[in-house]
Design a protein around this ligand. Structure first.
Ligand code: DAH
Length: 346
């Protein structure tokens, strides 16, 4: 009988494991554990077993009953989790759904946010001005008179040229830089203040790998008592350290801007070649990222700020340029083509 018991165990476990559906498993259960099942017959047979052997055989049948009941229960669990994977249509509902693609910020937006974030932490207010400006704010107030040669590269998209107004305070154009936000802000504020002004600017430039008729700038302006060139230098060094990292170097080159005196162009060490010289930096090891200087007294006069009392510094940086340097992008057009495969990388 013991041998038959052990054969029964083997058979039953095999059948339980092979059951592919719950009703199949139920048949196996009835066959072995049912009222008239195989185990019931063993119990019946127990009556014929001799007195001293009976408890041992009885225990063996009980053990088998427990083992089978347990393994049926386990198999039942396996089959129901399997069944959960397929609904009535035969669809696997546990499969991950289609990715809706929540998108990401445009690399230029990210760069703008990063730049403004650094200056905000230094205490600068973020101010925006309109993209359509008066000729006065865009040029005259910034010490760029009509006949000034530097106006050529800026001369830009005028609005409504048919009814060309003779009053330059009324003549409107798409701003060619963010510097007019300085004028708007200073017109009705009393120093001290420090602002950054991010935004779009427009120039009559033919599009190529490094030029676009529309791009972004971030303007900076700090005005107060005793503001000096050292303050300007520290501020920009600190910006470069935070944005480009501690190993980046910065240098100032004398330059001319009508709205600042003295003025400088500011370069950072090329992060592609670490200053050794490469194609991106034209073998110089340096890349220009912004213009800066001490606010020209003529600008203060245009907005009625007392030059005897106050001084200030200003800077303006090209945002695409900075994004391109940081990410090693070699063509500005990539930023405007809206190729999702490119934009998704940021
Ligand atoms: N407005 C200049 C440009 O578009 C950039 C600039 C240079 C802004 C020097 C400044 C500055 O505020 O001080 O090229």
């Amino acid at each position: 009988m013991e041998e038959r018991l052990s054969n029964t165990e083997k058979d039953a476990l095999g059948e339980i494991g092979a059951a592919q559906a719950k009703d199949e498993l139920e048949q196996v259960r009835i066959k072995y554990l049912g009222r008239k099942g195989i185990l019931a017959r063993f119990f019946k047979e127990l009556e014929t077993v001799s007195g001293e052997k009976r408890p041992v055989v009885g225990q063996a049948i009980n053990r088998l009953k427990k083992v089978l009941a347990q393994s049926i229960k386990q198999r039942e669990g396996e089959l129901s989790s399997k069944a959960g994977k397929a609904d009535s249509l035969g669809v696997d509902i546990t499969m991950p759904g289609a990715d809706p693609g929540i998108g990401n910020l445009h690399p230029v937006t990210k760069t703008l946010n990063d730049i403004c974030g650094i200056f905000s932490h230094m205490g600068f207010a973020v101010i925006e001005g309109p993209e359509i400006e008066t000729e006065f704010n865009n040029f005259e107030a910034l010490n760029i008179p009509l006949e000034h040669p530097s106006r050529d590269t800026f001369d830009t998209f005028y609005i409504d040229t048919k009814n060309f107004d003779t009053d330059m305070e009324k003549r409107r154009l798409l701003r060619s830089h963010t510097s007019p936000v300085q004028i708007r802000y200073m017109q009705d504020k009393v120093p001290p203040f420090s602002i950054v002004a991010p935004g779009k600017v427009f120039r009559p430039d033919a599009t190529d790998a490094s030029h676009s008729f529309m791009f972004y700038q971030v303007e900076g302006l700090v005005v107060g008592k005793d503001i000096n060139f050292a303050n300007l230098k520290w501020t920009l060094f600190e910006f470069a350290r935070q944005y480009f990292g501690t190993s980046s170097k910065m240098r100032f080159r004398p330059h001319f801007f009508p709205f600042t005196e003295p003025s400088a162009e500011v370069d950072i060490s090329c992060m592609i070649c670490n200053g050794a010289g490469c194609r991106v930096c034209s073998q110089s090891g340096w890349l220009e990222i912004l213009g800066a200087g001490m606010v020209d007294p003529n600008v203060f006069q245009a907005v009625n700020i007392d030059t005897g009392l106050y001084s200030g510094f200003a800077f303006g940086m090209g945002v695409e340029r900075i994004a391109m340097l940081k990410h090693g992008i070699d063509d500005i057009r990539l930023l405007y083509e809206n190729d999702i495969r490119f934009l998704k990388q940021f």
